[in-house]
Ligand binder design. Sequence first.
Ligand code: PMP
Length: 471
Amino acid sequence: MVLRQLNPKPDENGVDGKKSAVLHRDLGYGFLPLAEGEGNYLVLENGRRIFDASGGAAVGCIGWGNERVARAVMRQMLAIPYCSTVFYTTKVQEELCRYLVDSTNGNMSRAYLVNSGSEAMEAAVKLARQYFLELSPAQDQRTRFISRRQSYHGITLGALAVGGHEYRRAKFEPLLMKNVSRVSPCNTFRGKKAGETDEAYVARLVEELDAEFQAVGPETVCAFVAEPVVGAALGCVPSVPGYFKAVQTVCRKYGALLILDEVMCGMGRTGTLHAWEQEGVVPDIQTIGKALGGGYQPVAGVLVNRRVIDVLEGGSSVFVHGHTYQGHPAGCAAALEVQRIIQEENLLANVQAMGDLLSRRLQERLGDRPNVGNIRGRGLFWGIEFVADKEKLEPFPSDDHVGLAICERGLTAEYGISVYPGAGSADGIRGDHIIISPAFNVRSEEIEWIVDAIGRVVDDFFATATAHMAV
Ligand code: PMP
C-alpha cells in the first residue's frame, strides 16, 4: 500500500536538483530543499512557505531568523569561537550554567554542557555510575538501569541501550549494553484499565517497578530513567498525577537515582521551565536539549542535584568523561540569548495559555474522528495518536507509516504545515502519532490556523486512504 506522497528516492534531489551526496537517515530522509526560516515559517528554495507547527523535532521555541540570537552567536564567534574545557572556561558557559542552576530553585547545583540530547544522556548514565563508585567501594555492584518500554533516550549506543524504542534499537541490539531492563510506561490511553482510578493505576505501575528492582537485585541498580512527558516514542504522553512521586519513593527505598530525560519536554515546552516542576519531584540527574538553544546552535546539557554533586566532589577522581566540543561558546551564547528572550517576553505564560487553547481546539476539531484514538499532551507539546479501530484501540500496521504519511500530506502545497511524525510498533503496543509543538511565542490566531490545517489534513487523509486500508 502506498500512502506516502512526497517521498522521492533518497538520492534523487539535493537542493540544486542534482543527485545528493548526503548520507540520508531513516524513513523520512530529508528531501525538501529548505532555504530559510522567517518567524514561524519555513521557506523552501522555490519560495514556498510552510508553517512550522513543531519546531522540527520540538526544537524551535522562539521561531526562526531571530537577529538577537544571531548577533549574540556572532559576537561570541568573533570573541572566541571554541574553548577546550581542559584549561579554559568562558563567560558564556559560566553564565549559562549559572542561569540553569538558578532556575531550579537551589535543587540542582551544577550544569554540564554538551552538544546533543544523546550526549547528555551518555553523560547522565556515566555520572550515575561514578556517583556510586565515589559513594562507597561496596556500591561497585550498581551496574544496572531500569527504564520504560516505549521510551527514547538518544541514538548513541549507551543512550540507545537505556531507551526502549524497538525500531531504533532493533538492528543494533547485539551491540547494546545488556544491563538495562524495562517496565511499563505510564500511558493512560493504552495502559490504564477501564474504570481504574489514577491512584490504582499508579499503584499498579509502582508495584511493577518494585518487582523489577527485586527481580534484578535492588543493590545492583544505578538509576531509574524516564521522560516526564514521553516524546518521540509515544507522542507527548504525560503521566497521571502522583506517578513520579511514587516512582521516586521506590528509587529512594532502594538507594537508586532518578534520572529524568527532559531533552524533548524540558526548557519550557510543557509550560514550566522544567517538566519535573509539575510532578512534585526533583530528579537526581536531569538532561535537557532541544528548547535550550531553540535550534540556533547544537547545545544540550545535564543538571546534577546537590546530593549527587556532594558525593562526586568529595570523591577521589574527576568525572571521567568529556567531548572536544563540550561547553561550546557559540552554543552557550545561543542558548543564553534564547533563554533571555523566553524570560523577557514571558513566554512560559504564553506556552500555558496557548497550550490550553491548542488542546481545546484539537479536541473539538478531531476528538470524535473514528481514526483519532487519543489527543494528549501538556503545554505546547501535543500528540495525536491514530487508530485503525477506535473501540479496540487497534493501531494501524506499522508498515503503513500512517504518522509519516499524514505529516507528508501536511507538507504539500495544499496545506503547508509541518508537524513531527512518530511510528507505531509492530507489536501494536503503541500507535502512529504526530507531534504538534509550535514555538513558545505562537499567537492565538496561529493556533486556530494550525488546528484548522491539521483538521483538514487528517480528514482528507483518512477520507482518501481508508479505501485502501483494512479498517
Ligand atoms: N532524549 C529524548 C527524550 C529525546 O527526545 C531525544 C531526541 N529526540 C534525545 C534524548 C536525543 O537527542 P539528540 O537527538 O539531540 O541526540
